[in-house]
Ligand binder design. Structure first.
Ligand code: S3P
Length: 170
């Protein structure tokens, strides 16, 4: 059974962009977990947060991970918070290799400047909230990951590294 390749990491680390390139290179289907949740709900992430709160989003996110337990051979871009929850790590590891795209906070902050699509960063004190969440999340991503790829580079370069690492692990 061919394993899934699951990309995780902080918002703005490039999971979706890099994931599409990796899928292309490996000739595998690509699935973006947030897009999958949004399609099921007929709502954007922000609308789901508004309607059901963060807990409601996490519930739907977990259901999506559980639904993917039996899938195989896909390249999956997780959401930034997905792998911060042990139950999701457990579900996705059943048939997946987890790749952490490790990007510095400075790069993330620059990439997300002006972005208002991430409800967790839309409150007051955005910079501080980002730093706190980044510091809390990074050890969780490291703990969940089978492979760590430094990803401050271009999406193409990062994808090349992921493909190389995944080739010996899937
Ligand atoms: C979240 C990250 C988002 C999205 C939601 C929650 C998080 O995904 O799932 O806004 O908790 O870090 P991206 O990392 O794709 O922005």
């Amino acid at each position: 059974m061919q394993k899934n390749v699951i990309l995780c990491g902080f918002m703005g680390c490039g999971k979706t962009t890099v994931g599409k390139l990796v899928a292309q290179a490996l000739e595998r289907p690509f699935l973006d977990l947030d897009a999958y949740i949004c399609a099921r709900e007929g709502k954007t992430v922000a609308e789901i947060f508004d309607a059901f709160g963060e807990d409601g989003f996490r519930e739907r996110e977990h259901n999506a991970c559980a639904a993917l337990e039996k899938s195989q051979g896909q390249v999956i871009a997780a959401g930034g918070g997905t792998l911060a929850f042990a139950r999701n790590v457990e579900a996705l590891k059943i048939n997946g290799v987890i790749v952490f795209l490790d990007v510095s906070l400075e790069t993330i902050a620059a990439r997300l400047r002006g972005d208002d699509t991430r409800p967790l960063l839309n409150g007051p004190g955005r910079e501080e909230a980002m730093r706190t969440l980044y510091d809390a999340r990074r050890p969780l991503y490291l703990g969940a990951a089978d492979i760590v790829v430094t990803a401050d580079w271009t999406p193409e370069e990062t994808a090349r590294q992921v493909v190389q690492a995944a080739a010996s692990n899937t």
